[in-house]
Design a protein around this ligand. Structure first.
Ligand SMILES: [Cu+2]
Length: 141
């Protein structure tokens, strides 16, 4: 019980541990860029967000990389998050939530997956083939 309480009080630390768990042994090249890549569109979505419940993000993976690349996306605890992944390569999109979500894709395939996150904090979405961070889900209480 004490351990659980500590975990809920330290979502950022938990997110860091989860992110580190994926990077493997080197860890030095997986440093997420700070605010610089955040798109301004997220700030002005108040009226648009009401039109459709949940958050929907389209992801494209090619041999050259992923789109988006490390964008921050605000989601609420328990809010449905839908990822639509279209890939030209074999890959695994890994959502570092607890429990984690893995989306396997094959060349030419589009896979749609909806999930919710039950804990505030930052959750990385990675391409496991390239190690690139596709999204940073910022989960608001
Ligand atoms: Cu991962």
């Amino acid at each position: 019980m004490i351990v659980e309480r500590r975990l809920t009080l330290l979502p950022a630390a938990v997110a860091l541990v989860l992110a580190a768990a994926c990077g493997g042994t080197d860890g030095s090249d997986a440093t997420p860029s700070p605010e610089s890549s955040a798109s301004p569109s997220a700030a002005s979505g108040a009226t648009e967000a009401a039109a459709e419940p949940g958050v929907r993000v389209e992801i494209t993976i090619t041999e050259d990389g992923t789109t988006p690349t490390g964008d921050r996306v605000d989601v609420g605890v328990g809010e449905p998050v839908t990822l639509v992944v279209t890939s030209e390569v074999t890959d695994e999109v890994h959502v570092h939530s607890d429990p984690e979500v893995s989306i396997d894709v094959a060349p030419g395939e589009t896979v749609e997956r909806t999930f919710t996150i039950d804990r505030p904090g930052q959750v990385a979405v990675e391409s496991h083939e390239s190690g690139a961070t596709i999204l940073q889900l910022v989960v608001q209480p």
